[in-house]
Structure formats: C-alpha cells, structure tokens
Design a protein. Structure first.
Lengths: 155, 155, 155, 155
C-alpha cells in the first residue's frame, strides 16, 4: 500500500496559546496536503498539532506515555497507549518520516536527538539548537511544507 | 472525539492459508462494522487480518517489533515501528479494546496473558486455553461480532 | 569475564507466607551455589526470592516496573527501575539464564511465555501448566539445583 | 538495604584510546570509593568505564540494546540485555544516581536529556553543552568525585 507521509510534531505539553496555535497551523497544513500527524498525544504543542490536523480532516495518531487511552487529547483519532513513560518518545520519532520540533524541555530534546540518530529530517521552530543537521525555520506552515518536501525527496 | 472500537487480531506470523483466511474474515467484519484492526504488522494471522480489514475499506494499524517501516505487511495503513522486539506485544494489546486470538506460539500466549491482565475481553479461536476468562469461539465472523459487542457494553 | 549463572525467580507480588518461604529457599540455594537471583523487585515471591539469596550472601537484581528505586524491596542489591510497566517482564526473563516460576497471575504467565519463546529453561513450582517444555517440580531447592544444572549444560 | 551509589558513565561506542582511558579513570575512581558503574555495556567509553571499575574490584552493570548477553564487553559483571534498542538509554539513566557524560553522538545526547528530565546530576567531560544544569569538568577523577559527592548530598 502507498502510505501517507507521517510528520511528528513535538514540543512541550504546556505552552502559550500562541505556540499552540502555531502547532495547529503546522498540523493543519500537513493534513491539507494529505499527511498524517503523529505526536505524544497529550496537551500543549501536541494538542495544538492534533487539533489543526483533525479540523482539516486529517488523521492524528497519539502515542501516549501512559497505558490509559483516556489520557489522549480529544483530537487524537488513533490512540497508542504504551505504558512506557518517556521511552515512548522513541516510538513517536520512529512512527514519523520527519519531525517538526516546537519549544520543549528535555523530553523534546531527547526526541530530537533520537530523530537525528535515526537520520530523519528535523525542523526546529525555536526549539533546541543542536547543530547544522537541524533546519531552523520560523513559520509553521513553511516548516510543514519543508517536512513534506523532504519526505518526498527521501523516497 | 468519539473513537472507533479497536480490535487486536493476534496469532502466528506463519500459518496455513485456511487460518489466514479466517483471520481475514474477522478483520473484514470488524472493518465493515466501523471498527479498527490493530495487529503486530507482520505475516500470517497478522497479514490475513489486515488484508480483510483493508479490503473492506477499514483502518489497519501495525505495531512492529522492528524499527523499520518496511517490515510491515502491505495491508497496514498506519505503521508504528517500535524497535522493542517482543515487548511490542504489550502495545498491540494496549492499543486494543478487545483481542481475538488465533493459534500462535509463545508470543501469542504472552499477548493473551497481557490482555487478561489488563482486563480486556479475549476471544480465542483455537488458541491457548487458559481458563474461563477467555471466550472460546469457532467462527471468525461471530468472534468479531462478539468482540465489538463486548466493547460496546464496556463503554 | 566468566559470569555467574543468573536465575530469574518469578511469581505473584502477593502470596502466602508458605510460598514466600519456598521462594526464599530457592533464592538461598541459587546464592549458595554462586548464582545471581534476578526478579521483578517487588513483594511476594519476588521479595521471598531476594531475601533468601541476600541472606545467603548472594547478589540480587530487581528490575522494576516503575521508574522509582524506592519501590524495590529491601533485599534487592542492584535496582534497575525501568518505568516500562509490565513490559519490564521481558527484561527480567532476558537477564536470566533460567527461570523458576512460582504461582502468579497473568504477569507471571506472560513471563513464562517469553522465557519459552527465548528458549530458556523454565521450571514451574505449581505455576501455569503450559506443556511439556516446562519442567514441573515441587521442591524449591531441587528446582534451583535443576535450573543451575541446565544453565551449566547449555554452556 | 543500604545500597551503593550508582554512577552511569555514558558516551560513544567508538572513541580514541585517550578518551577510553579517561573513562577508565572515572570508572576506577567510582569503584575505589565503593560505587557501582552502570553503562550501555558496549565498546568505546562504555568499555573503558567498565574496565576501570572492574580492575579496581568494583561492580559493573551493562544494560544492552540487544537481547544477547554475548554483546556485552568483557568487563561487565551483570548484563541486562533488553532488546529495546536505543530505548534502553532510558534505563541506563534510571539505574543511575548521577551521570558522567563523555563525548558521544545523539544517543549520548538523548541520555543526557533524559537524565536532566529526571533531575539527576549530569557531569559533562567535553560532551554536549546544553545549559547551566550540566556541570562541565575536565578531569575524569574529579568528575567521579563530584558525582559521588552530589549523590551523597541528595540523600
């Protein structure tokens, strides 16, 4: 089966309304272009990203740290409750073909590190600056377009 | 969001054509009734179940032991590559609201055990007999109907 | 380095005093013979096994479901807190060269299944009867002797 | 039981002889002071650290990405083979009371991030500079002393 491109949108579980809306914009664009949004399934950036994608009619997958489906935000269509705590970050990254990172703490940093380790494209919107391998961008829509473009090129 | 019922269909990664077709029948029924099929993403029972659901227009999720999306069978729409080996069984079970078990070896047994531990309905079609908590059935379509019915009741 | 044989002693986290003492007897014998006891680190059978081994001057390793070292019982010398919930069962089994299973529920069953899958010797003392591959024994000391003997033979 | 302090020594699986010897010096000091060295169990920094601790008569624990004990380096006394790939980094960090980081790639970075997330002391010897929470040091012996001192203070 030809599978849709999958973009992980990662970042803090608590954030400002402005950042949440930016994440929603990225999620919406991914969905509009036929992509799937995967995230950690909780609040903040994850909720914004899922909301944007869901409202645009796209598919959202949330990979939870807990083992309880109820912990997913309301915009997650398919819930994967792991019970693995932070180790679920590995799976968020692995389920994705590219990663868009919004500001977040050490959980976000570990996800970025794991994505770079797996040689996946990582686009940072004001997130951790770790070196040249990470593409720095400001606009969430452009970041989403870049992620989808890089996935296409990698095929 | 009102989420669709999710049925895990588990069993051996290598099996007879007859069993694979039975798994397909179960998968098809789940999809026809608006359910999602989750499985381990590989061959045998997993492939049969995914094929049945996919051909009926349903959603299929494959949670892989490896970290490579390429390892998923061709009927998996959404691939979750874990890199966790057999420990991914925990996640197959957790992603589901009910489990249908076809014959399988110790991997299948461990999944059944984990499902019972999480107090999820487990329906066995000629799989391990572990006690009264497991519902024994012969017909894959009836097993699928039973699984969906039990999910509905549990809500 | 020549490593010591490692025996996993598994079973319920809550059990009768009699069973706990039997687990202690098995743990003690493993330690007296120069072996290491690995377990899930919690109460019941796990605590009994660790106590027996520790009091005999042996090494005890506890692989916890939680991420908190404080959750280990007092007889665990080396604590591995995973935060992986029941998925830590996979690691208890993998850390061992042989498994002695005391009565337990579905968590114990999943551990036995995983050990059989990894083709490790499994000795059952009144635990789940799963087929001929599992050695049924009554006496904990004899079970421990059998486990150590089978590890020696496998080398 | 009063448990010994546990120091994780992390870094690249391939490195210069100079760095490996520095890791050995850190491991040796931890062991001489009665501490336990935990690491990822493979080569490079991990092997150096384990060698230093083992030669000083200390305990070494290796938490492997693979499920095969044979993959551990020869200085690991207790092997925990996880089969979880890079997700085992979470466990290396969780098993430790403090972390000493030598230069490494993204796997090392993710371990540092996870340690900071768990609020454990992280001492960096020429490793990733992530902010003020990480203590920068040059001398491996002093780093080991600092790690042990911070563990003592935290109790």
């Amino acid at each position: 089966m030809e599978r849709k491109p999958v973009v992980a949108i990662i970042g803090a579980s608590k954030c400002s309304k402005k950042l949440r809306d930016m994440a929603a914009e990225a999620g919406r664009y991914v969905a509009e272009q036929g992509g799937v949004v995967v995230c950690g399934g909780l609040g903040g950036i994850m909720e914004g990203a899922a909301r944007g994608a869901h409202e645009a009619g796209g598919t959202t997958i949330g990979i939870l740290p807990s083992s309880e489906k109820e912990d997913a935000n309301e915009f997650i269509e398919f819930v994967i409750p792991t019970g693995f705590g932070e180790a679920r970050n590995v799976m968020v990254v692995r389920a994705a073909d590219a990663v868009i990172a919004f500001p977040g703490k050490y959980g976000t940093l570990s996800e970025m590190a794991l994505a770079l380790r797996d040689k996946k494209p990582v686009i940072s919107i004001s997130a951790w600056k770790l070196g040249d391998e990470i593409i720095q961008m400001d606009d969430p829509k452009e970041a989403a377009a870049k992620a989808l473009e890089m996935i296409k090129e990698a095929k």
